[in-house]
Write a protein that binds this ligand. Sequence first.
Ligand SMILES: O=C(O)CCC(=O)C(=O)O
Length: 269
Amino acid sequence: MTTNPYTMIHEAFHYGDEENLHYLKEGYHICDKFLTDEALIYCRDKIDRMTTQVCEELPKHMIVSAHQLGAQWMIDLATEPKLLDLLEKQVGPNIVLWSSHLLCKQPRTGEAIPWHQDAPYWNVSKNLSGGVWIAFDDIDEDNGAMAIIPGWHKKGTLKRLYGNEQFFSEEIDPAVLPENIDQVKVQYKVRAGQMCIHDTMIPHNSVPNNSDRWRRVLVLRYMGAEDEMAEKVYQDYRDNSDFHRIYYLVRGNDIMNRGLNTDLLPAAV
Ligand SMILES: O=C(O)CCC(=O)C(=O)O
């Protein structure tokens, strides 16, 4: 099978009505093929350079919104037309890229992420937001796999408990999660280059990396141009300096005339 040298997306990648129906019903979908082998090598190289640049003050495992800080590879990936076709099914025709998270669990690191829902944490549009979770390593229960509870995206905002930990101070109250959670959860056991999507309300967690392997994942988040937007200040992973979230229109129109950033729109022909 040959690959198209002009795209990072594998030619076998397909996300049609059947896959979207599964996503709508179960709240998640695992796409078998996504990145080409060449793209995988290219992205891993970029990620490895970035992870060595993380400053002392910030956690090593999470690089936030580096697409705003010169990481062109992230922008190239985030604006792939086939990926935006998928996002169009989630958020409609006017698509805004609003955040990225590079989640890299180093070998033998203990960063478990407790059960949580994403949308209730955000100051942007709630249920409408969309996103993708892209794996750059083979991932299983030994090196930090993520899990979701199928169908639980329809349960609304679940009761949360608040702790003191700096890293993740909130989690879903275990009392409201299913008793047989280990039987019903779906753990993303994926090969490098696969991509998963999950509803922004679905409960999910991930286990520590107890292996000698890396676990590198990129989460890209999008919303519709008509959705709620708000200010957010992030810290630059290289020097801990502040920078402001930018809302990039990546497809369609700025239908609310908000003055969205259009630098990433394809050039008009
Ligand atoms: O990939 C993970 O370990 C968890 C990701 C996550 O919690 C999130 O994207 O909200």
